[in-house]
Write a protein that binds this ligand. Sequence first.
Ligand SMILES: [Zn+2]
Ligand SMILES: [Zn+2]
Ligand SMILES: [Zn+2]
Length: 173
Amino acid sequence: MSIVITPTREESIEAQRNAKIWGDEIEARGKRYEEKHGTWSEMQSRFEAQMLSFRTCDLCRSVCRSLFHLDNKHRGSRECEKQQAENNGVVFVPPGKRLIVCECGTRMFAENLYRHQQTDSHKKRLKPKNGLTCKICSIKFDGKRPLRDYKVHCKKSLRHKQKAAQLLCTLVV
Ligand SMILES: [Zn+2]
Ligand SMILES: [Zn+2]
Ligand SMILES: [Zn+2]
């Protein structure tokens, strides 16, 4: 047994009116939301732009496929350096081919530094760079060019000459 209730005409009109009020309310809310947050597609494009900026390298402006890749593989890599050079309109020079000056004063490509530092010529040149002491006067020369300063000292210093004469020694440098 089933009971079918047929709405009266008044009831149907009221139901329709309620549906319209409900519909208008939904629409109004949607509008208010859009006014505040923008439309759905605006929100989506904002989100995408944000994601894109997260994946963009701050050094070379390349877009990486993921934030992980950017942080762990890309930033500061050879690729990144190449791109930076290109952005700045300069020729990319690989790290090994960059000119450097060794602490001993020798100019060379960075890739040759380790081998150079094992050589006698480096060791010899480095010695006076780290300071030189006049054994006669106990004066230390540790300026930029200790060897030159030392030689000047030996030639010019009266005190040095007197002492050297007393000790009867000549220093060969
Ligand atoms: Zn980069
Ligand atoms: Zn050196
Ligand atoms: Zn001296």
